[in-house]
Design a protein around this ligand. Structure first.
Ligand code: GAR
Length: 195
């Protein structure tokens, strides 16, 4: 594999995961670098976070993410090796899957296959978990394929859901798991990647 491995992060919202991942790899000064952060909502806070971190960042309209060609050209120009979805809410188009086969990873805030699929994201997931009185929830980090939340699972971590927990309480527990595990799982996955 190349001396330096470049990753792009795609997001749609707040960007706490993007920030954590970027800081993790900045601190390590290793082979993996977060090269750029792309997002599909012009006013998403992830753009401000990228700016604060000094990372190249770019807004593209959702239509371009859905079609894929412009994004793939951008990623190729920047010699991106792997793509990380961190709170990215659109379906990844075939154009991107073809350009980055097995090289796109996503985090989902539940224990897939439960609470996945189109329309299941962010607080909606936690509200459903609480409404169904689940005793546990967690995070799933998985390789991306052409379906929402369905590719091969790389990692799961579990947290307890107490009967008194609100959706916000669950969100907080999930956030801690994401911050703790996502960067290391990305690092392990990339360093052991077999093309
Ligand atoms: C995260 O909890 C992530 O797991 C979830 O969105 C949140 C984004 O937060 N992703 C999904 O629901 C994908 N289906 P962030 O923008 O602060 O990282």
């Amino acid at each position: 594999m190349k001396e330096q491995i470049r990753i792009a992060i795609l997001g749609s919202g707040n960007g706490t995961n993007a920030q954590r991942i970027t800081e993790y790899f900045q601190d390590r000064h290793g082979r993996i670098v977060v090269d750029c952060i792309l997002y599909n909502r012009r006013d998403a806070y992830i753009g401000q976070r990228a700016h604060n971190l000094g990372v190249e960042h770019c807004y593209f309209p959702s239509s371009q993410f859905r079609e894929g060609t412009v994004i793939v050209n951008y990623l190729r120009e920047r010699q991106i090796d792997f793509v990380v979805l961190a709170g990215f809410l659109l379906l990844v188009p075939q154009t991107m899957l073809d350009a980055y086969p097995g090289r796109i990873v996503n985090i989902h805030p539940a224990l897939l296959p439960k609470y996945g699929g189109q329309g299941m994201y962010g607080s909606r997931v936690h509200e459903a978990v609480v409404a169904n009185r689940e005793a546990e929830s967690g995070i799933t980090i998985h390789v991306v394929d052409r379906h929402y939340d369905r590719g091969t699972t790389l990692f799961q971590a579990v947290c307890k859901v107490e009967p008194s927990d609100t959706a916000d309480d669950v969100a907080h527990k999930i956030h801690l798991l994401e911050q703790k595990h996502f960067p290391q799982v990305i690092e392990d996955w990339i360093l052991h990647f077999k093309a």
